[in-house]
Design a protein around this ligand. Structure first.
Ligand code: RNT
Ligand code: ZN
Length: 413
């Protein structure tokens, strides 16, 4: 408390109101990806992970069943402050009494346990059709496949998922963001770059022809530059996805692991805000490639947060996490990464934005640099701890996580 009062005064001297920042932060919702808990394996298929993404590491304690994943999520959620949403993939369908269904035939009932889970925790659900790790992925292609059987299977999957998304929104009372990402691409130089993209476009048109309530379901489309084993060509490239989103009035999604290493999502946000009502993000950390390391409190995460906050876009940006590390305790990975997104948002909310913008406009780049460097060492940690205190979340999460590891996770063999 004492430390918070003193930090409040320090920020006040910069013209920054910590109370306002704390009030704003508590309403920001982070969509927490369920797939950190089980290395992106899911429950509906025996196939190993594919689609050019990869989880590495063999730390003990991966969640193997719905109950294990729910218990792990509960522990993570209890140690993450603020508003949260559960972000599910279609591959996490839960089949009961020996029943199964192909991905083209998924129904809301296959997610009833998740709906129950979310409702009793007063959470909304976001959703993702799963176009990977499945026998119907043919030659690495789904919605862009030249095989009409394959393509129509995945179109049916997309349509089924939109209906499930609407069901989530109706049940939870919270709009559902449904994100489309396909892994489709080629390892080597293609002879035809146009035809697969034209088929992807047609497939998406068909999927989006299902009627859905646009105030409850937000469709997003995620682009990518390349995947492992698909280095030469990606059907859903940045240009494709941006153009398609604009054309169809859906929401573009940028994953900051999906660009060339010197390209920064933080620099792209303002442009997209000018041309889109909404914008969606997957916050991740790529190390040399789209490696999906745990999000840290690093420069780019802070810069992304700053772009959202100073452009007054917290209500226009759907913020989700997307990483998967199997080399460390998976629950700790969840908490560390999501807390870092929130900490970066708090850092952004505590910037003297008005002053800095006016320094830029008046061309005083000397003072701008000095001020932005100075504010970096202002007592953010004290304001963060106050946020945790008000949320009833303990700063220390490792004690509980380690206890759970000893009592629960290591026994999962
Ligand atoms: C893959 C994309 C995608 C996936 C998840 C599992 O490169 O980032 O968002 O990580 O759908
Ligand atoms: Zn992503």
């Amino acid at each position: 408390m004492e430390r918070y009062e003193s930090s409040k005064n320090i920020y006040k001297n910069y013209g920054v109101d910590t109370e306002k920042a704390l009030e704003r932060l508590k309403d920001v919702c982070i969509s927490v990806h369920c797939w950190q808990g089980d290395d992106v394996i899911g429950f509906d298929s025996k196939e190993s992970l594919s689609g050019g993404i990869q989880t590495t590491g063999n730390y003990p304690g991966r969640a193997r069943t719905p109950n294990e994943l729910m218990a792990d999520l509960d522990l993570a959620f209890s140690l993450i402050p603020g508003r949260k949403k559960l972000n599910l993939h279609a591959s996490y369908a839960i089949f009961e009494d020996g029943e199964t269904a192909g991905r083209d035939k998924l129904e809301p009932k296959h997610f009833s346990k998740w709906v129950e889970f979310a409702k009793s925790r007063k959470m909304g659900i976001d959703f993702n059709p799963t176009f990977f790790a499945h026998p119907m992925v043919k030659d690495g292609l789904t919605l862009s496949s030249p095989d009409e059987n394959v393509r129509s299977y995945w179109i049916a999957h997309g349509k089924a998922c939109i209906k499930i998304a609407e069901h989530f929104a109706n049940e939870t009372g919270v709009p559902c963001v449904i994100n489309f990402w396909i892994p489709d691409g080629y390892k080597d130089i293609p002879a035809d770059r146009l035809a697969p993209r034209a088929r992807f476009k047609d497939s998406m048109d068909e999927i989006l022809s299902v009627p859905y309530d646009k105030s409850k379901v937000f469709v997003t489309l995620e682009s990518k530059v390349f995947g492992i084993g698909l280095e030469s060509y990606t059907v859903g490239s940045a240009e494709f996805c941006l153009s398609y989103s604009t054309l169809k009035g859906i929401t573009p999604l940028m994953d900051n692991g999906h660009y060339h290493p010197t390209e920064l999502v933080s620099d792209k946000i303002s442009s997209l805000l000018l041309f889109n009502e909404k914008l969606a993000l997957h916050i991740t950390r790529g190390v040399r490639w789209d490696s999906d390391h745990v999000v840290l409190f690093d420069d780019e995460t802070k810069e992304i947060a700053k772009e959202i906050v100073r452009n007054d876009a917290l209500d226009r940006v759907f913020i989700a996490t997307d990483y998967f590390d199997a080399s460390i305790n998976r629950i700790s990975a969840w908490i560390t990464g999501v807390r870092n997104v929130q900490k970066a948002l708090l850092f952004a909310l505590l910037q003297p934005d008005k002053k800095m913008k006016s320094l830029q406009e008046s061309g005083d780049f000397t003072e701008l640099m000095a001020l932005s460097e100075e504010i970096k060492t202002a007592p953010l940690g004290d304001v963060w701890n106050e946020f945790l205190r008000r949320e009833g979340t303990e700063p220390d999460y490792l004690t509980k996580v380690k206890k759970y590891e000893k009592e629960v996770l290591v026994k999962r063999v």
